[in-house]
Design a protein around this ligand. Structure first.
Ligand code: DGL
Length: 275
C-alpha cells in the first residue's frame, strides 16, 4: 500500500533536520527517510548547475528506496532544482519556498517582508519573485547570512559572537522597517530566539520548516496518502554521504536527542534509477 511507504526528506547536510523535526512533530504516524548530502555541503555557495545535479542524484537514491513523497528541505535546492525534480520523478515533490511565502503574506500587515538565506538562494531571487508574484506591491529586503550556518553547527545558538553577527546582518532589514522575516535557510530556525531578540517584537518570524510541515499534512490528506503507523513498524532511517560521527554529534544540537539508524551512502556510484 502506498500509504505505508515513507516520506523522504533531503537536504544539503544536517540543517534539514529542522524540517524533519517539524514533520515528525506534526505527523508522528508517518515514517521518514532523511538524506543529508554531508560530503558536498554547502550548496549555498554553489552554482545552479551543480545544485540541480546534486539534487537529482539525491532524489534518485531516495526514490530507489520506495517512497510516497519527496520533501526538499534545503532552501537552496528548492530555489534551483524543483523544475528538474518535478520533470524527472512522478510523485508529489514539495519544496520549502512556497509555504514560507504564503505564511509571510498571511502575517505581514505593512507589506514589507524580509528574507534571510544562503548566498545562492538570495541570488536565485526565488523568494523575492514568488512574493512579488503572489502579492504585487510587496516590498522585499533580502540578505544572505552565510556565517549563521557554521555558528549553528558549532552549537553557538546563544553566544555573544552570534549576537554580534546577527546585529550586523539584520541591521539593514530593521532599517527597511520590515514587519515579517522569512528564515529562508534550514539552519536559521535554530536561531529564532536570537533573531527575535535582535529584531524585537515588531517583526514576526516565519519558520519555513513549520510552514511546510503544516501544508504537508493537508497535502497527504488530500491525496489520501496519510499513514498512522509510525516508529513501531520501522524506525526512521538517516543517510549521509560523509562519515557518521559529525552528523550524529551535530544532530544532537538540532534535535536535542541522539539519532540512531544512520548509514553512509556514496551517491556517485549508484546506478541510475528509472522513476
Ligand atoms: N540547507 C541549506 C539551505 O537551506 C543551507 C546549508 C547549505 O548552504 O548547504 O539553503
Amino acid at each position: 500500500m502506498k500509504q505505508n511507504k515513507p516520506i523522504a526528506v533531503f537536504d544539503s547536510g544536517i540543517g534539514g533536520l529542522t524540517v524533519y523535526r517539524e514533520l515528525k512533530r506534526r505527523l508522528p504516524g508517518e515514517n521518514f527517510i532523511y538524506l543529508g548530502d554531508t560530503a558536498r555541503v554547502p550548496y549555498g555557495t554553489k552554482s545552479a548547475d551543480t545544485i540541480v545535479k546534486y539534487s537529482l542524484q539525491n532524489a534518485e537514491f531516495l526514490v530507489s528506496l520506495g517512497i510516497k513523497m519527496l520533501v526538499v528541505a534545503c532552501n537552496t535546492a528548492s530555489s534551483y532544482a524543483m523544475e528538474a525534480l518535478v520533470d524527472r520523478f512522478d510523485m508529489p515533490i514539495i519544496g520549502v519556498i512556497p509555504s514560507g511565502v504564503r505564511r509571510a503574506l498571511k502575517l505581514t500587515a505593512s507589506g514589507r517582508v524580509g528574507v534571510i538565506a544562503t548566498e545562492s538562494t538570495v541570488q536565485s531571487g526565488s523568494y523575492q519573485k514568488l512574493l512579488a508574484e503572489s502579492r504585487p506591491g510587496v516590498e522585499v529586503a533580502a540578505r544572505a547570512c552565510p556565517l549563521f550556518v557554521p555558528l549553528v553547527e558549532e552549537g553557538w545558538l546563544d553566544h555573544s559572537v552570534t549576537r554580534q553577527v546577527s546585529e550586523v546582518y539584520l541591521r539593514p532589514l530593521a532599517e527597511a522597517e520590515i514587519d515579517t522575516l522569512i528564515l529562508g535557510c534550514t539552519h536559521y530556525p535554530m536561531l529564532k530566539q536570537m533573531i527575535g531578540e535582535v529584531l524585537g517584537p515588531s517583526v514576526q518570524l516565519v519558520d519555513s520548516a513549520e510552514a511546510l510541515a503544516m501544508e504537508i499534512e493537508g497535502i497527504l490528506t488530500s491525496l489520501s496518502l496519510e499513514h498512522k503507523g509510525g516508529d513501531a513498524e520501522a524506525p526512521d532511517a538517516f543517510y549521509v554521504t560523509d562519515s557518521i560521527p559529525r552528523f550524529q554529534r551535530v544532530a544532537g544540537i538540532f534535535l536535542g536527542r541522539e539519532l540512531a539508524n544512520i548509514r553512509q551512502v556514496d551517491l556517485q556510484f549508484l546506478p541510475r534509477q528509472e522513476a
